[in-house]
Design a protein around this ligand. Structure first.
Ligand code: CTP
Length: 398
């Protein structure tokens, strides 16, 4: 699978850089064409000569050669690569990737790359556990970057804990997955709803909810990483659109209903993750409502149930719904499964710690007509993988 593949190995400045030599050797031995990009700091840990010899190509560090002005185009590199792996990835580089900073050839290439990307973090245990690093890793995961988890053990500092870069053999296996992941949903079209709807009261006020869209965006990223063509019908959120995903922005439940009905015809998969308002003001005032001394009452009318409407027109496609409950969880989820004609329901309970709005983790139970499967508290990216795994299983039976 690796034969003839174009692989960029980005090396950043950490002691684990020495393992990148073995990684490149393994890839070259399998017939891959490897281009090594190094940061300036990486050169302090392993020599360009070592990496150029092993990869059989000059390594690249700067955007241009200061001696002759030859330009190392990050855009050409990004288009050339079938996969890009940053190993080791320091806390500093991960932070810059998460923020979109492009102050090295490695980073501008990452920003331009159209291929699947993986990072193999390596750092001291406290840097790894730091909230900033963890948030950056989650941001990258949500954008579809594969995280090759660091291992626990003795670290160069003498401390012991999680932070050792994965072994080169494990990274090669991940690269295989990264290249393979592209194919499993190729040719499939998926529609995902995410975020909160906003129901206008007047030009100033609206009714909404606490949904941030993180779970739906993670699912869209995962579907796209496996090669599906993804339309993300998105309500209010602060999140950037994941790589390879086409976003359709909507405001109200009514807008979302219309957009979903239009998208559903060409889709094979529907994942209804949005927190859709069940009620909307019966009348929207065209001008700002002025207060008076009396109390006021806003009459609300029902919005269309999007999932139920798509369920009525399912015709052999896979439709997944969410149930966010505070009590009587299993029974409510079962009812939603039937009422909306879903293939399975992703149940999460507000009673579970770490499964609240806006967090980076979730604890879910997948419920279908055969039974249920509960998972521990995990990152939303991992939960997205589990959901998409189940979608793939169902697609095989259709
Ligand atoms: N949903 C939808 N359109 C709506 C309301 C909900 O598509 N107007 C979808 C959600 O995206 C989710 C599922 O239906 O996948 C469950 O939504 P929820 O609001 O929790 O369930 P309801 O059926 O509205 O039931 P209740 O409010 O009584 O919990």
């Amino acid at each position: 699978m690796l034969k003839g593949k174009h692989i960029i190995i980005g090396i950043t400045g950490g002691i684990a850089a020495y393992k990148a030599a073995v990684l490149v050797r393994l890839l070259v031995r399998e017939g891959a064409e490897v281009q090594v990009l190094m940061t300036r700091a990486a050169k302090e840990f392993i020599t360009p000569l070592t990496m150029a010899t092993l990869s059989k190509r000059p390594i690249l560090v700067e955007n241009f050669n200061p001696e002759n002005g030859a330009w190392n185009s990050h855009i050409d590199l990004g288009c050339w690569a079938d996969a890009m792996v940053i190993a080791p990835a320091t806390a500093n580089t991960l932070a810059k990737m998460a923020c979109g900073i492009g102050d090295s050839l490695l980073l501008t290439t990452y920003l331009s790359a159209r291929c699947p990307i993986a990072v193999a973090p390596a750092m001291d245990l406290d840097m790894m556990a730091h909230q900033a690093t963890q948030q950056n890793l989650d941001t990258l995961k949500q954008r579809g970057v594969m995280i090759i988890e660091a291992e626990s053990g003795e670290l160069a500092s003498g401390l012991s804990g999680k932070g050792r870069m994965a072994e080169p053999e494990v990274i090669v296996e991940s690269i295989r997955q990264l290249l393979g992941r592209k194919q499993t949903l190729a040719g499939r079209r998926a529609m995902v709803t995410a975020g909160a709807t906003m129901e206008a009261i007047d030009p100033v006020r609206y009714i909404t909810n606490h949904s941030t869209g993180k779970m739906g965006y993670a699912i869209a990223a995962e579907l796209a990483a496996r090669g599906a063509e993804v339309r993300l019908v998105s309500g209010r959120t602060q999140l950037p659109c994941p790589k390879g995903v086409e976003r359709v922005d909507v405001v109200s439940a009514e807008d979302m209903f219309r957009a979903c009905c239009a998208e559903w015809d060409g889709a094979d998969i529907g994942v209804m993750c949005a927190a859709v308002a069940d009620y909307t003001p019966e009348q929207v005032s065209p001008t700002k409502i002025k207060k008076s001394d009396d109390d006021m009452c806003i009459r609300l009318r029902r919005t269309p149930d999007i999932a139920a409407e798509l369920g009525r027109r399912k015709e052999g496609r896979v439709l997944v719904g969410f149930a966010l409950e505070t009590d009587n969880e299993q029974v409510n989820a079962q009812q939603k499964l039937e009422r909306k004609n879903l293939d399975f329901v992703v149940l999460n309970s507000l009673r579970d710690k770490g499964a609240c709005f806006g967090g980076d983790t979730n604890k879910v139970c997948l419920i279908d007509r055969q039974g249920e499967q509960s998972f521990p508290l995990e990152s939303k990216a991992r939960v997205a993988e589990r959901i998409v795994d189940k979608i793939e299983e169902i697609l095989k039976t259709k």
